[in-house]
Design a protein around this ligand. Structure first.
Ligand SMILES: NC(=O)c1ccc[n+]([C@@H]2O[C@H](COP(=O)([O-])OP(=O)(O)OC[C@H]3O[C@@H](n4cnc5c(N)ncnc54)[C@H](O)[C@@H]3O)[C@@H](O)[C@H]2O)c1
Length: 261
């Protein structure tokens, strides 16, 4: 049985992850945190704790893994605290600055814990990234654009999934220049164009468009529901509890890599 804590338990993703945990026979919720709805029961006897008491409650409840879906600034502090007290991690939060990423990686290394960090926990997006990489290697001379669309409450842009997609394209196509949106007069150079749409309740769409002489190829993923992310995050929590310290991706979880000690 894997003992799990969750931060951001009252959020869109947090609520769905609680549902997934309820239905997972090998996962037990031992603590839940947020900054709203404090004192409510979230599951069985588990009360919603104040994120300000994170260290104390983690030490009392001794989870194996903490799942964080909050906001980048809060997540950075939450992750550092969990790593310091020896709790492994599943990090779904996106929008980290380079400085926050450095702090997180250092804390995970210093704490000697294991962490699965992914801007997207869906199986489909992890296949999408593989397809994008294969197409990019074969279409190095084509123009490439990344278009993503999300709901109007999403704070970070472009999405973490789009940022990772751009990294894959940069490496596979040898492109350095990234252009976010376009306005005014400019000639297209060797570059990756990135476009972020924010509207209504769109769960998450990502398209990579390759265009060359007389043709174009589009690779597209559309999430219909956040359940795809929640089930992946809970699967990652079960996996990360049994592996040696280090930073892993969702691709490692899906590949069934077994780096146990
Ligand atoms: N990796 C993925 O597969 C994936 C999928 C969807 C969303 N996300 C990311 O997950 C994050 C959360 O998304 P959401 O749609 O659930 O957002 P949300 O705004 O609905 O939920 C965030 C929750 O975090 C809480 N919170 C804020 N500060 C906190 C703190 N210090 N400690 C504990 N809780 C705190 C908020 O009160 C809120 O309940 C975002 O960064 C989003 O981009 C990732």
């Amino acid at each position: 049985m894997t003992r799990v804590a969750i931060t951001g338990a009252r959020g869109r993703m947090g609520n769905l992850i609680l549902e997934e945990i309820k239905n997972a026979p090998d996962i037990e919720l031992v603590a839940a945190f947020d900054i709203v709805g404090l004192g409510q029961k979230v599951m069985g006897d588990v009360l919603l704790s104040d994120a300000g008491d994170l260290k104390k409650v983690l030490q009392e409840t001794r989870p194996d893994v903490m799942i964080d879906f909050t906001v980048a600034s809060a997540a950075t502090d939450n992750i550092c605290t969990a790593a310091e007290v020896g709790v492994s991690l599943v990090v779904g939060t996106t929008g980290f600055s380079p400085e926050q990423t450095t702090r997180i990686h250092r804390a995970i290394e210093d704490g000697q814990v294991a962490a699965v960090i992914s801007p997207n926990f869906s199986v489909g997006v992890n296949v999408f990234w593989k397809l994008v990489e294969a197409a990019a290697m074969a279409l190095r001379e084509y123009d490439v654009e990344v278009i993503e669309a999300h709901h109007n409450k999403k704070r970070d842009a472009p999405s973490g999934t789009a940022v990772k997609t751009v990294e894959i394209l940069r490496e596979s196509m040898g492109l350095d220049r990234v252009v976010h949106g376009r306005e005014g007069l400019a000639v297209r150079t060797k570059e990756i164009g990135v476009h972020a749409v924010r509207a209504g309740d769109i769960v998450g769409d990502h398209t990579v468009l390759f265009a060359g002489p007389g043709e174009r190829l589009e690779i597209k993923h559309q999430a219909h529901s956040r359940a795809a992310f929640a089930s992946g995050a809970v699967r990652a929590a079960g996996w990360v509890a049994g592996v040696k310290p280090g930073i892993y991706s969702m691709a490692d979880v899906l590949a069934g890599v077994d780096p146990s000690v």
